[in-house]
Design a protein around this ligand. Structure first.
Ligand code: PLP
Length: 784
């Protein structure tokens, strides 16, 4: 594989961790090889090691302005946070025992900022339980700027045992006014223990801890160019202390265990740079602010729809948190990774969508939280790196324009043509777009409102004429985006409520016994009597097949070559858009007011007769990343469907079994309205052939293997200078599967950035009979 980009990485994720500065690494190495002594040993090697340790401690104190108080070395900030919380709560418990004698019913709380790093509330909760304190944990709200609510603190602090705040937020860089907080806290409660998480403040904002009444302040080395595994905690002179690690009595008995001398030697280099700016690699605050402005200006010009999620005036200059309207954070992460810029989504993954609890707490709109991207750098950033980052950001935006994700009418002719079926998603909901490049016509099925702008951009950018925009049924779980796009692109088209055009044609089979009153769609076994409406797209027909059941208005839309006899459809059909009638691994639920299980029974049989077993079904939900299916695959794992289609089930039995399945629906996916009941015989679990880079290279030389890059076109364009492998983006996987129906035994190897998209795509293909499909485990990420 010679397709990986030669670009070196630009690392803009310093708030997660930083590389170790060469001088710091050198000092660590020296301490491992030369100054390797145990500081507890009384011989000269030990004394030299002890000197390194104490010099480092003194420098730490100078850097944080702690001429008074203790500095204890730890493994990192999480340990420092435990030290602070245990120390405070052990003492609080003693006081509580005394207070309880006077006021047995008094309720106590533990306060923490709502935007705190998870290490803080989780540790509070943990030690509150372990120590049996049973105080109530209360999150201090923040305002739109991310500032703590002082009124809340003033009201709650009198009954609180401990308050935990942070100097600088790790997602947004927002800093708190510690002087103002101190005044509020101490006025409300002079005895409360106060911890300030200073992890993201070190080296980015001046600290004078001994001039404050902060009791505890944890720090971490790996956020500022020292290695992982070294940190320290400041403890105010008068603050209580309980050791959390007992043993050989190191660190004056405060934290036992042989000290991490290499870590200390390395962090000492960083302290010296902070203390001696002239001889330092570190840029000053003004220079860093200039870098921030340059990056923000570039983002604004590259992505006109960018919004910044925090105010720059109250943030450190090294963090930029932004969102781009219409793009999820995952999409921007993938794009930037392809441009070799490392950023973070600044978010925690919840069960359904990725979103930021910090931005949620600040009350930002949901989309900003779901699309948040954090760019962060440290004081060792250089002008050269900033320039390179800006130029990569511009290339990334250009790649998006080229693949019609952003509209730029100036370059309309250079766009990559979209031909065939595209599957767009929002969560587990799907929208299907079909474009016929020859006629320049397109239709859209089940448009989701959150995709309106993207669909509009695609149509305009590809200069496509929209012929229809249709919902397969009235959706219970989400709004349709139909009217927005219909008003814009089809203002005069007359349609029914779901968007089916009135101006359509009707096909009746030549041998049909015209409308026999004996036959209703419910009880017939023949499709000869069905008159089907269709519209034309290019040379093809989009045929409307009423398939009531999930809802009374449900229809399926079949994209076919023109046919003369309805019985030919199964040979002429490309895709069957079945809405919620048949979902992957399940059938649409039939317990809505307008549902009918017996209608669904008939609709399933009708669909089977029309499309047969192997035509691809495109559903309006994809709960398990399976992309598409066909009846043969579904019957293999869905006994209800199998027994319905092979005639072993009577309609009344179907109704009973279906009701039983539907009654379990709510338990299956939390608060989401599930549109289909999953069956017992579940999903995925396909064993896939996995290659690593070596075995793949060997296979490529020896066998007839085709490599498929399944990243989106803009990612592909940013990384490929040749076209040594094919690009089949995930959004076009269904089209690819359709085109390769007679190549099922071929050896396809799917590749993506990290191996996760290639894995799910390979599973989907394997389920549909592509027995030799394989993927590259770990993706391109592990190849460089
Ligand atoms: N606090 C903040 C604000 C942080 O950003 C982090 C790390 O992400 C931590 C605490 C935990 O630090 P460590 O990784 O050193 O345990």
């Amino acid at each position: 594989m010679k397709n990986h980009s030669p670009l070196s990485q630009i690392y803009l994720d310093a708030n997660a961790t930083t590389p170790v500065l060469p001088q710091a690494a050198e000092a660590a190495l020296n301490s491992m090889r030369v100054l390797f002594g145990n500081p507890s040993s009384s011989h000269i090697t030990g004394l030299k090691a002890k000197d390194v340790m104490e010099t480092t401690r003194n420098n730490a104190k100078k850097v944080i302005g702690a001429d008074d108080g203790k500095v204890i070395f730890t493994s990192g900030a999480t340990e420092g946070i435990q030290t602070a919380i245990i120390s405070a709560l052990v003492e609080a418990k003693k006081r509580l025992n005394i207070d309880k004698q006077d006021e047995p019913s008094k309720k106590y709380s533990l306060l923490y900022g709502a935007t705190e790093h998870k290490a803080v509330p989780e540790s509070l909760k943990h030690w509150n339980e372990i120590l049996g304190i049973n105080a109530e944990l209360k999150a201090i709200p923040v305002d739109r700027l991310g500032h703590l609510d002082c009124q809340f603190i003033a009201a709650e602090a009198p009954n609180a045992l401990m308050i935990c705040t942070m100097a600088v937020n790790n997602e947004t860089g927002v800093y708190q006014d510690l002087g103002k907080l101190e005044q509020i806290i101490r006025t409300a409660n002079n005895d409360i223990f106060w911890m300030v998480d200073c992890v993201q403040a070190l080296g980015k904002t001046p600290l004078k801890l001994a001039q404050t009444t902060i009791d505890y302040a944890p720090f971490s080395g790996h956020k500022l160019y020292a290695p992982k595994g070294i940190g320290f905690v400041y403890i105010r002179q008068s603050a209580p202390f309980t050791s959390i690690i007992a043993g050989g009595g190191q660190e004056s008995g405060l934290r036992s265990g042989t000290e991490n001398l290499p870590g200390m030697a390395a962090i000492n280099v960083i302290f010296e740079m902070l203390l001696n700016q002239q001889h330092s690699e570190f840029a000053n605050i003004n220079t860093l602010r200039g870098y921030q402005t340059q990056l923000m200006d570039t983002l604004k010009s590259a992505f006109p729809d960018v919004v910044f999620n925090h105010s720059i005036e109250n943030s450190v200059p090294t963090t930029i948190n932004f969102a781009i309207a219409g793009f999820s954070s995952k999409e921007i992460m993938d794009l930037f990774d392809a441009a070799n810029i490392r950023v973070s989504s600044g978010s925690a993954c919840s069960s359904k969508v990725t979103r930021s609890f910090v931005l949620d707490a600040m009350g930002l709109p949901a989309w900003q939280s779901e699309s948040a991207i954090r760019m962060s750098f440290g004081p060792a950033m250089t002008q050269e790196q900033v320039n390179a980052a800006c130029s990569r950001i511009q290339s990334a935006a250009k790649a998006l324009t080229h693949s019609c994700m952003i509209l730029d009418t100036g370059e309309i002719d250079e766009k990559q043509p979209v031909n065939g079926l595209v599957q767009l998603r929002s969560g587990s909901n799907c929208t299907w777009v079909y474009a016929d490049q020859q006629s320049k016509q397109a239709f859209i099925i089940d448009p989701l409102p959150e995709l309106n702008d993207r669909l509009d951009t695609l149509l305009q950018c590809q200069q496509l004429e929209l012929v229809a925009i249709i919902d397969t049924h009235g959706h219970a779980d989400h709004q349709s985006g139909r009217t927005f796009l219909a008003d814009k692109h089809l203002p005069t088209q007359q349609t029914n409520l779901l968007g089916w055009p009135q101006d359509c044609e009707t096909h009746s089979s030549p041998n049909s016994p015209k409308h026999s009153p004996k036959h209703s769609p419910k009880d017939t076994n023949s499709v000869d009597d069905v008159q089907l409406q269709y519209i034309k797209i290019g040379q093809q027909w989009l045929v409307n097949v009423p398939t009531p059941g999930h809802t009374a208005d449900s229809m399926s839309l079949l994209l076919c070559q023109p046919f003369t006899d309805i019985n030919q459809i199964k040979h002429q059909c490309q895709f069957a858009f079945c809405g919620d009638t048949i979902l992957m691994g399940s059938l649409g639920r039939t317990n809505f007011a307008s549902s009918s299980a017996s209608d669904m029974f008939s609709s399933l049989k009708r669909l089977h007769r029309l499309i047969g077993s192997n035509n691809l079904i495109c559903a309006s939900h994809d709960y398990n990343n399976e992309f598409t299916t066909h009846l043969s695959a579904e019957c293999g794992r869905n006994p209800l469907l199998r027994n319905t289609l092979n005639g072993q089930l009577h309609v009344t039995e179907f109704e009973r079994l279906k009701a039983e399945l539907d009654s379990n629906l709510c338990d299956q996916n939390g608060s989401e309205i599930m549109c289909g009941a999953l069956t017992d015989d579940q999903l995925n679990g396909q064993s896939i052939i996995e290659y690593n880079h070596q075995s793949l290279n060997a296979a490529l030389q020896q066998e007839n293997v085709t490599l498929i890059d399944i990243r989106e076109p803009h990612e592909y364009a940013l990384q490929h200078t040749d076209d040594s492998n094919e690009n089949v983006p995930l959004t076009r996987l269904v089209q690819f599967i359709q085109q390769q129906q007679d190549q099922k035994q071929h050896k396809w190897v799917l590749v993506c950035r990290s191996g996760s998209r290639s894995f799910i795509a390979a599973q989907a293909m394997k389920r549909l009979g592509f027995d030799n499909v394989a993927h590259l485990k770990g993706g391109y990420a592990l190849s460089s």
